[in-house]
Design a protein around this ligand. Sequence first.
Ligand SMILES: Cc1ncc(COP(=O)(O)O)c(C=O)c1O
Length: 436
Amino acid sequence: MNKSEILAEVRDYIDNKEPKRFIPGKSYIPATSPTIGSDDISMVVSAALDGWFTEGKQTKEFKRLLAKKLGMHYVQLTNSGSSASLLAIRAMEEQNSMPYVITTALNFPTTISMLYTSLYWHAPLFIDIDPYTLTPNLYQLGELYDEFKGKIAGVILPHTLGFPFEESKVREIIGDEVLFITDCCDALGAYTKNNGLIRHVGYYADYATLSFFPAHHITTGEGGAVLTNHPLKAEIVRSLANWGRDCYCLPGQTDTCGMRFEHPSAIDLPKGWDHKYTFTRIGYNLKMTELQAALGVSQIMASQAFFVLRKANFDYIKHGLSDLKHYLQFVMLPDWSIPSPFGFPILVNANRNFSSSELIAFLEKNKIRTRRFFGGNIIKQPAFSEQPRLIADTLKGTDWIMEGGFWIGCQQSLTIEMLDYMIDIFHKFFKEQNLK
Ligand SMILES: Cc1ncc(COP(=O)(O)O)c(C=O)c1O
């Protein structure tokens, strides 16, 4: 059998698999689920048959497609979004060694873990999130930035659940003195409008991070990326992700610079030292494999349809639940925001006669999967509650989201039948509570 015959068989196998039938009330509706079809599997099998497993032509192509999608020049692929955060934070501290980093209290746990465990210890300065738009409180950002001016290494802010904040405004507040990292892990396909310019999230940052865990818009199984527009910033990240090596040859390459045995960086090393084994940073190996990248290539090629479907599902659910506005808050979309929904966020209004936990329990009982906002107010999590940090004047929005917020799926694989079922179950809850 030759390669194309094998791939045809693989396609045939995937395409003829019996799809799982949705039975309302019996089948679970997941909060997240990747879409992986015969194009994806045949890309992975094809890469495996090529017999090259570390970085190679698939990682090169995936990087090219990601750079094009985000409108950024340099991409370092990683084995997870958390590793992407680690690299961005390590690169930040190489460029600015100040002790404080401003970030949101509503955050993903590993972003904060990386601050506490990176090479130099950083104290987070936590700011609040606006519960109506899910965006960082930029007033608090400005206040803390002024108060701690000269002591801040960087600002790390997430585009929560794919609803972007105004990156260009953050840039105006912090200027170019400190590093700006945007966590775009939930927000592939989201854009902001600024003076007529439409830019993918991450564009105004020094580093943007992505995750390709299966819950995300596209997946590589596990995986992530760090993007930047600056060649020197890219070089730091590349070296950190590649054992701390100075040499930029890819796996399988040697002597790209033509100075392998006479490189000037080897000044304190034995004469003729191999530059491939010159380590200028305390580094890691956080790279992505060729098989993951092959999946990434086919996923990103299909991604435009995913973005459109997610937004359509988001709008459909919002419309279906609109008569419950008195009880539930739905995310507001400012006019500069072009979101790429990761999920459908819901916030139970304060002082209602039911709690978010009761609503969540009812949905779960009816086979609708729900998720809280990751770590919620991260400083309330056992791992972080005793850690040193500073907090802005209030974290009211974050606490409200932790108490009353959760989200359900709006991913591309959900059908209208599933969406209608979800909307019906919400209404059933309110009927049972005598609220409708
Ligand atoms: C906002 C955010 N940041 C970071 C991460 C970490 O990504 P990973 O799970 O790939 O390590 C996630 C994961 O879901 C996330 O949602």
